[in-house]
Ligand binder design. Structure first.
Ligand code: SF4
Ligand code: SF4
Length: 433
């Protein structure tokens, strides 16, 4: 079967500090859960309960307000003991309801009741997806109900793309979820396709995981919607929306497939859609890769939303030595964590702690003009040039092609001088210099 890859640049990214994706471990329930009111791309949800009130597992505790905002639910039963706020390392403020666990669980440990959805209209399905606060289970966490086109809004056909492209080893939690909840991912895809009016489903799977692609396709045969498998390369950033669309358009041309508009969603998001519609359950937990050189026993955990990072790391045996860098995501483009009381949210797919301040060493010196950054940029930019301009043109604007940078971090990862290229270019493009 043909493998489709984006045409230029990219890197092969391996990391031995990533946990195995063969299985996951269910994390202990947190005694105190910190449930942020922003777990999505838009504005803060409005709290519907106050300090001192009792909440049930799965109960609505924050109502989404406007585009990009989503409903928030309690992930354990208990009492709201306080409201806290904090500022993240990149300057964003969030606040959260802190729930002390007490009382009986309504979902956990109970036999799951299932609800048929085949007879529901697309509008009903979208309403349920919105009610249960389902967002992309990765940054930036756009609400799925915002992403689904309104009927009649599109002039051409729509294809739902299930993005199972593992170009970064820190996506291992998604891989474990696919292995353990494959049927939920596929049924969630069928539900989403119906809600969105998509005419077909494409499983985009990296070629190293083609066995997974075959299983997804076989499971999809149960649903009446046409489905196909597209094998992609695994060079990073193949999973990026731009690079993925490039290969899907190549596939479309070669196979005469007429994909039309694309709705691209990951497996964790589709499993969450399944849980909302089929089980009437909001996002209570998620798969998270916990690892890095400072972590004694890296694992993929299935942890409740609201679990604090200190508890995740403790569950993985704690730190061997004091870490120099802790961040969410992947070392290629992670978000720095400064407080281990920060909790797991819907978009947390990985968290790592490193003994080094940056992967590849801490040296930072002048550019030696080796050209490595240019050779790996998938957009065809000149990162070295943009970096220099960002330093000279501070506050002057006119960022040129910097706006085309999508922040993949390839240039920074290969730079032998360890220059903070992508960080500087993104800031330059946004006028933050
Ligand atoms: S300049 Fe931007 S798009 Fe190009 S490699 Fe660097 S981070 Fe990626
Ligand atoms: S990779 Fe680093 S050292 Fe090499 S040209 Fe680019 S900025 Fe300069």
């Amino acid at each position: 079967m043909k493998v489709y890859s984006f045409p230029r640049g990219g890197i092969r990214f391996e990391d031995s500090m990533v946990p195995s994706g063969d299985s996951s471990v269910t994390a202990f329930l947190p005694g105190l859960s910190v449930i942020p009111l922003i777990q999505h791309s838009g504005g803060r949800a409005f709290p519907t309960v106050g300090v001192g009130e009792q909440v049930r597992e799965g109960m609505l505790i924050g109502r989404g307000q406007g585009p990009g905002s989503a409903n928030i639910h309690a992930t354990v039963p208990g009492r709201v003991v306080r409201q806290v706020s904090w500022t993240t390392a990149d300057g964003y403020t969030n606040d959260a309801l802190v729930i002390r666990m007490e009382g009986a669980f309504e979902k956990l440990g109970k036999r799951e009741e299932t609800f048929p959805w085949e007879g529901l209209s697309a509008a009903n399905l979208r309403h349920i997806i919105s009610d249960y606060g389902i967002v992309e289970m990765e940054m930036p966490g756009r609400p799925v109900s915002d992403l689904i086109p309104v009927p009649g809004a599109l002039e051409d056909t729509l294809t739902l793309v299930v993005r199972c492209v593992f170009d970064d080893p820190w996506l291992v939690a998604d891989y474990a979820l696919c292995r353990e909840r494959l049927r939920a991912v596929v049924e969630g895809s069928a539900i989403t396709a119906k809600a969105a009016g998509a005419g077909r489903i494409v499983f985009a799977v990296s070629c190293r995981e083609k066995h997974l692609g075959a299983e997804l396709l076989a499971a999809a045969a149960q649903w009446s919607i046409p489905a196909s498998l597209v094998l992609t390369g695994f060079r990073y950033p193949q999973r990026n929306e731009r690079e993925l669309e490039l290969v899907l358009r190549l596939y479309e041309k070669k196979e005469n497939a007429a994909l039309g508009s694309l709705l691209i969603l990951g497996p964790a998001t589709l499993a969450a859609v399944h849980d909302a519609v089929k089980l009437k359950k909001p996002v209570l937990d998620r798969y998270i890769a916990v690892g890095g050189s400072a972590v004694r026993n890296p694992q993929v955990l299935r942890a409740r939303i609201g679990t604090r990072l200190s508890e995740l790391f403790a569950e993985c045996g704690g730190f061997s030595r004091k870490p120099k860098r802790i961040a969410f995501g992947s070392p290629l483009r992670g978000r720095v964590v400064t407080d281990l009381d920060e909790p797991v949210i819907k978009t947390t797919c990985a968290v790592f702690a490193l003994l080094e301040a940056r992967s590849g060493g801490e040296l930072s010196r002048d550019c030696i003009n080796c050209g490595e950054c240019r050779s790996v940029c998938p957009v065809g930019l000149d990162p070295e040039e943009l970096y220099k301009r960002s330093r000279i043109n501070r506050k002057k604007g006119g960022a040129g092609r910097a706006g085309e940078c999508h922040g993949c971090g390839c240039c920074e990862a290969v730079c032998p001088s360890r220059l903070p290229l992508s960080t500087a270019i993104i800031r330059y493009a946004s006028g933050e210099n």
